[in-house]
Write a protein that binds this ligand. Structure first.
Ligand code: BES
Ligand code: ZN
Ligand code: ZN
Length: 479
């Protein structure tokens, strides 16, 4: 999409003009003049359709001046960047049939307005149309922002939105179309285009390198696993951020098999890896001055004759032995190797992202990710980055008292606890593979997938965590 800026509304034209309206029909920038131009019927019409500017409300009316149509977009009582992202997403979705769109949303005097509007608009327009015979993708080709000079905000929002779009496309792709070697190939294309070094380990190399967890989970699958390791090393960077993403391209549960209903959306189980790919693409395209190590173990979790059995023991990359009592708790097994590998290069901060536990979405619902940190400062710094990125996370305790739930009589650790505090025991399991380095775990089992369109979030894979990871990279680069 071509995104340009015009200082004055009088100089703008287009098929659609999106105008912000505060609650109680308090007109946002440019709206009063347009309403006056349209004539007295507009207020009566808006009364009739009960449009009063509540957050998320929209109303189309015919255009005036240089515009074919006008869309009023409700902001609610007060707007901040979060509200703008959401409203721009709703407006973006509503605007898909118009080729040239202009808006004064970007002229609101709110910190980060341009960034929020572009980000929300682009992502609200997202559609996964690859497999539709009648695809009807968005027709919008140009977005004209009315307001002052946005500096680098348009480029920033565009880069992050492209990363989220990549993640959504990968998540929405059916598992049959993203076998580990295929997904690794897509990662390689992304990395090569972005100037990121990439190494892909095949099954034999995974065995040689001692990635025992990834190997164990992959045993039941006919399609072989891959371990993808990416390195972004810009000039002038001193700090290193490691990003580790769970890449289970399909989670049947393995021999501890899931019920049919629980499997329907399990192509989503590589959302952590997708977020790492999307974030690294955005970080590299923005030239953020921080080294980033990306590690994504990729495999299916299947039930083939060679599948790992409950009770089996494997040795992870860091030498610890793991008794696997439930093969459906497989994410932590592949992350054990991913974290161990990342820890070997002693990064300043490690963040793993995973659709790890149903327990986390039971605790926090579908819109909030669970966040665990090795220490208060590390955890709170990532909470702050997520806040800035507009993603909702909530810190949960890495409660050491529960570590004994993972004691195994015959191995260093077992892979499940009891039925209580499942998100916490999963995080405690992961901690064993972090080498005591600063580390944050994001459990995105809830927000990785949306049941319906919601603001700039679209039904299906959401690309959750891409924006947070980019914000963390920026914040770490500055420190
Ligand atoms: N991929 C699932 C977690 C999940 C469930 C993500 C629902 C998104 C929606 C994970 O591999 C899993 O199955 N976890 C088990 C762990 C349990 C066996 C300890 C779970 O949450 O039930
Ligand atoms: Zn599972
Ligand atoms: Zn899983």
């Amino acid at each position: 999409m071509d995104i340009t800026v015009k200082p004055d509304l009088e100089d703008a034209t287009g098929d659609l003009l999106i105008l912000p309206v505060y609650q109680g029909r308090n007109w946002g920038p440019g709206a009063a003049a347009v309403v006056a131009g349209l004539g007295g019927w507009v207020e009566a019409y808006l009364d009739g359709v009960d449009f009063n500017g509540k957050i998320g409300q929209t109303a189309f009316v015919p255009g005036t001046g240089g515009f074919g149509n006008v869309l009023f977009a409700g902001l609610g009582e007060e707007a901040d960047a979060d509200v703008l992202r959401k409203v721009a997403g709703i407006a973006g979705r509503a605007a898909q049939r118009y080729e040239s769109v202009a808006t004064t949303l970007s002229a609101l005097e709110i910190d980060g307005a341009v960034e929020a509007v572009v980000y929300g608009f682009l992502l609200g327009q997202y559609k996964f149309v690859k497999y539709l015979s009648d695809p009807s993708p968005s027709r919008t080709a140009t977005l004209l922002l009315v307001g002052s000079d946005p500096g680098g905000d348009v480029a920033h929002a565009t880069a992050v939105a492209a990363g989220v779009t990549l993640a959504r496309d990968l998540i929405n792709e059916p598992a049959g179309g993203k076998k580990p070697e295929v997904l690794a190939g897509i990662a390689a294309d992304m990395a090569n285009a972005a100037g990121i070094d990439i190494t892909i380990y095949d099954r034999d190399q995974i065995e040689e390198e001692g990635f025992g967890g990834l190997l164990a989970v992959s045993q039941g699958a006919s399609n072989p696993p891959r371990m993808v390791v990416m390195r972004y090393r810009p000039e002038g960077a001193s700090k290193t951020l490691a990003l580790i993403g769970k890449g289970i391209v399909f989670d049947s549960g393995g021999l501890s098999i899931k019920p049919a209903s629980g499997m329907e959306t399990m192509k989503t189980d590589m959302s952590g890896a997708a977020a790492v790919f999307g974030a690294m693409q955005a970080i590299a395209s923005l030239g953020i001055e921080v080294n980033v190590l990306g590690v994504t173990p990729l495999t299916e979790n299947m039930t083939g004759g060679a599948a790992q059995r409950p009770g089996d023991i494997f040795t992870a990359r860091n030498g610890k032995t793991v008794e696997v009592l439930n093969t459906d708790a497989e994410g932590r097994l592949v992350l054990a190797d991913g974290l161990s590998l990342a820890a070997e290069s002693e990064p300043d901060l490690m963040i793993d992202v995973a659709t790890l536990t149903g327990a986390c979405s039971v605790a926090l619902g579908k819109k909030v990710a669970g966040l665990f940190g090795s220490d208060d400062q590390t955890a709170e710094s990532v909470v702050a980055s997520a806040r800035r990125a507009g993603e909702r996370v909530w810190r949960l305790p890495l409660e050491k008292e529960y570590r004994s739930k993972l004691d195994s009589p015959i191995a260093d650790i077992k892979n499940i606890g009891d039925r209580y505090g499942g998100a916490i025991t999963a995080a405690l399991f992961l901690e064993e593979f972090t080498g005591g380095l600063p580390w944050v775990h994001l459990d995105i089992a809830g927000p990785a997938r949306a049941e319906s369109d919601d603001g700039y979030v679209t039904k299906g894979g959401t690309g959750f965590a891409v924006a947070t990871l980019v914000a963390v990279a920026e914040d770490l680069g500055e420190r």
